[in-house]
Write a new protein. Sequence first.
Length: 94
Amino acid sequence: MDRNLKETARYFGITRPQLIALMREKDLLNAKRLPAYPTRDREYLGTKQGQWFHPKLGMQYSQSTRVHQAGIPWLAEQLGLDLPAIPADRRDVA
């Protein structure tokens, strides 16, 4: 499951702008908020391509950064963030 930057920030308990600032500080994102090293970090960060049709301007294209599942612990390590605690499994309580 890939997460966008807003969902990833919420997972870490910080805001999206804080996550972006931390990632830029560690040179993980470029000025367009896309992975700075897409080949090196491809296992952890990806780019989603989007497109839509605008009636006056024609086809519009966008790109956004996605964090892969393997990128969550990697990103926490890179940025010095703590991973949230895993909730206890209460299914075997009889």
